[in-house]
Write a protein that binds this ligand. Structure first.
Ligand SMILES: [Zn+2]
Length: 249
């Protein structure tokens, strides 16, 4: 994966180095084509899976314009968190461009729900996420985390949080070719007895859910608002991004 600067007004584009004749795909809510366990965008002949962790790191760094070039259909999974992406961008740095930033200011309430889960965006001076995750496993249960998202808090509290998976689901996930990169190093696995591998945080699940929503909501631009969610996943998150992008209900 390569991240390259792009002129003002470009937004975030995903292209393929091995398919240079294909036009890159804009990382915008209207291009979301699938949300099963990961967020997929597609347009024309190209599609890109599992863009949310990279999008999350780009969002928090305030990157407006960037050309992402891959030689595969998804970014490297690395350790399943956003830490590598966040640190990579922090190490290189960003530049201010000769254009006004078009922040997406949440100026009213947006909300989507599926009957038992919801995600909403409220006006707020900054970016804040308050998330409640629900899991039937007694070891995991209900987790709540609230964070004022800045590069500092994100680096410490959110970026290192990895995806979790139920052991029995892992084979099914692999069959879908989603987000696991073929290795258990990239996901925290649990079974009926407990965790199979060690945690970075006792409440790593809810922190990763926050990482994901920050990435998914970037599909509506760089957000100034308060995201409040109960057990939302990529389907609801991207539906909210679509609603905000369209300024709809
Ligand atoms: Zn994720």
């Amino acid at each position: 994966m390569e991240l390259a600067p792009a002129p003002p007004g470009t937004g975030i584009l995903f292209g393929r180095s091995d398919l240079p004749e294909q036009p890159p795909v804009a990382a915008v809510a209207a291009n979301v084509t699938a949300t099963l366990r990961a967020t997929t965008i597609g347009a024309g002949a190209l599609k890109f899976f599992t863009i949310e962790h990279l999008m999350s790191a780009l969002h928090v760094h305030g990157v407006d314009n960037c050309l992402v070039t891959l030689d595969a259909e998804e970014p490297p999974v690395v350790d399943g968190s956003a830490r590598a992406f966040f640190n990579l961008i922090a190490g290189v740095g960003t530049v201010e461009q000769e254009a006004e930033r078009r922040t997406t200011v949440i100026d009213r309430i947006y909300r989507v729900d599926d009957g038992s889960h919801f995600v909403m965006a409220l006006p707020y001076d900054g970016l804040r996420v308050s998330f409640t995750s629900l899991n039937e496993h007694p070891l995991i249960g209900v987790q709540y985390f609230d964070v004022e998202v800045t590069p500092e808090t994100y680096a410490k509290e959110i970026a290192p949080a990895r995806t979790i998976a139920y052991e029995k689901e892992v084979e099914a996930l692999r069959a879908h070719g989603l987000g696991l990169g073929g290795s258990l190093e990239t996901v925290i696995v649990y079974n009926d007895e407990g965790w199979v591998n060690p945690l970075n945080f006792s409440n790593e699940l809810v922190r990763h859910k926050i990482l994901d929503v920050i990435g998914d909501i970037r599909l509506a631009g760089i957000i100034r608002g308060h995201i409040v969610a109960v057990a939302s996943g990529h389907a609801l998150n991207t539906a909210l991004a679509k609603q905000i992008a369209e300024k709809g209900n």
